[in-house]
Design a binder for this molecule. Sequence first.
Ligand code: BG6
Length: 307
Amino acid sequence: MVKQQKQIEALNARFALTDHLWFQSGENGLPKVQIDNGLATAEVYLQGGHITAFQPQGSEPVLWMSPQAQFQSGKAIRGGVPVIWPWFGAHAIDKHKPQHGFARTTEWQVSTTKALPDGRTQLQLQMQDTPATHALWPHAFALSLTITVGKALKIELTSHNTGEQVFTVGGALHSYFAIGDVEQMHIDGLFGCNYIDQLDGNRIKQQNEIIGIRQEVDRIYFDTEDTCTEGVYTIFDAQLLRQIYIKRTGSRSTVVWNPWKNKAKAMADFPDDGYQRMVCIETANAVDDVRHLAPGETHTLSQIISL
Ligand code: BG6
């Protein structure tokens, strides 16, 4: 705890911005960034580079957080926006490697903080390869996460190959959205898209109706940039009487996930009835939508979330 307090003091001395951004001790003493700029409030844990809250001024929270989330060093946080990287889902070859990669369980470093002239606040986090990352993924890299908080929340995840060999990178901005009632919600923007149904032997199916959720859903929509959307999804929430817009770039795959009753019960960090008030729509680089980066190349996966 003393070490964490010292870390928070040092971060505040170097990066705090009056009327915009400061660091404080979060759950279990983990350092978190608090942003409040009059346009919105947001909260980011350095553990995982994980956004755990975003709330535009005068609005209800946009992101869903599990009240049972674990805040432990080296563990994934349930809810908000986990950063999935450098692979999506199970590792392709070695099932013992962590599901969804290691970015969400690693502590990120702060690289810059900025108060922008238009009143928004920008926080940039970074991560580089270390012996621990090499044990899981043997590549030299620099990864940056730029979070811009205004009326909208912009998240940019940039992978940079700093090594001598080509590498292949996947991932996702695994966003959990807060909704009033899952049965009074539908998602627009994926009509006509094909998807892999992860609950039906990875069969490929086509989305021929508006997406409403009445059971467990775990789908990877693919070729989403080219064939079936204009890059914007909308969550229509008839209970909270609002829409959430998600605009993304650098992604041609989108994951829609809701665990429903049984899976919710099976997850220790997820309330039994939590599935009723959340849906994940993940801006992804999944399955074939991975990127092969030559030495020196970069790739940015980004999304803008707004009401
Ligand atoms: C989704 C996957 O992206 O994440 C699901 O498609 C998975 O299969 C879900 O269950 C949650 O994963 P985790 O590792 O955070 O429990």
